[in-house]
Design a binder for this molecule. Structure first.
Ligand code: GDP
Ligand code: MG
Length: 292
């Protein structure tokens, strides 16, 4: 949701020729919507506003813009591939504190459970007892099993245990919640790599997805977050959270244009059902529809 985006476009382009001033104002609007400068320039270039000529109207600009955004996002569309033949599906979540890891895990786990899949949640956040308590609360609500590490224990060993446990109980999915961390803390970031390596040793296909949650309100720093986490544990999918509270779908557009990593889904609320699979066309449309 680029708040007021539609109105702003109307204002900028109403009764005017496309001159430099209009283009500058439009660029400013894109940047205010958390689209980085390079991506904003690319969008404006693609839009080729001057070609609109006589048929120029804010609606034309909006439609063309929607198409361009959709083109940027479409190559990033990806679905979590849940195939029963290769059980369990292992998903590892990472991201900065408060970015929505635990909530998103609950949402996705709940979807699996609705499809009669047996889910094990793994609380690999062993730094804070409160973190595993939060996951435990969700596990009760959605009726999923949970494995918790003791406070202060090695997160990688908890993850290893979860794979062992899964062999006995035949889980359909293992979803791992890791401690929130700042990408500037090398020691903690190294730990993510370790969790990934431990999983990979137990089965070369594990984890099937290494997912980063990005808070839509993060703004321009989101690109940096994705780049840094990706250095330690290769990201296979991005989930944008808090899209409901955000003034800026621009974050995701920048990530797609600059980093071109797959996007799996969008969280749009705190409730268990507030999640949908990412679809470039629908997302591009929603940017305009939801503006107010
Ligand atoms: N409005 C809104 N709030 C969310 C969304 N996802 C998570 N939250 C809230 O953001 C806060 C942090 O989420 P949490 O899952 O604990 O983040 P974590 O620290 O990464 O595990 C909590 O208050 C969640 O309820 C979302 O899509 N929309
Ligand atoms: Mg958490």
């Amino acid at each position: 949701m680029l708040k007021g985006f539609k109105d702003s476009i109307s204002k900028i382009f109403s009764n005017r020729k496309v001159d430099q001033e209009t283009l500058d104002e439009f660029e400013e609007l894109l940047i205010k919507s958390d689209i980085d400068l390079g991506t904003a320039e690319e969008i404006i270039k693609k839009l080729g506003l001057k070609r609109f000529g006589e048929s120029f109207s804010p609606e034309n600009v909006q439609n063309a813009l929607e198409e361009i955004i959709s083109e940027i996002l479409t190559p990033c569309e990806k679905k979590i591939n849940y195939s029963d033949s290769e059980s369990p599906l292992v998903l590892m979540f990472m991201g900065v504190n408060g970015s929505g890891k635990t909530t998103t895990i609950a949402k996705i786990a709940n979807n699996f459970i609705q499809e009669n899949k047996k889910v094990l949640l793994v609380a690999a956040d062993t730094f804070r007892a409160a973190a595993s308590e939060q996951l435990e609360e969700w596990s009760k609500k959605i009726d999923a099993d949970i494995l918790k590490g003791e406070e202060g224990s090695d997160p990688a060993s908890v993850v290893f245990k979860s794979v062992e446990e899964s062999k006995l109980k035949e889980y359909g999915a293992i979803i791992i919640d890791t401690a929130g961390r700042l990408h500037t803390r090398n020691d903690l970031m190294d730990q993510l790599g370790k969790i990934n390596r431990v999983l990979n040793k137990t089965n070369e296909n594990f984890p099937h997805e290494t997912i980063i949650t990005i808070d839509a309100t993060t703004g321009q720093n989101a690109v940096k977050q994705v780049e840094e986490f990706n250095k330690y544990a290769r990201i296979s999918g991005i989930i944008l959270t808090k899209f409901d509270t955000s003034a800026s779908g621009g974050t995701l557009i920048s990530i797609a244009e600059k980093i071109k990593l797959p996007i799996l889904g969008v969280g749009n609320g705190e409730k268990i059902s507030d999640y949908y699979e990412f679809n470039a066309k629908i997302f591009s449309k929603s940017i305009f529809e939801s503006s107010n």
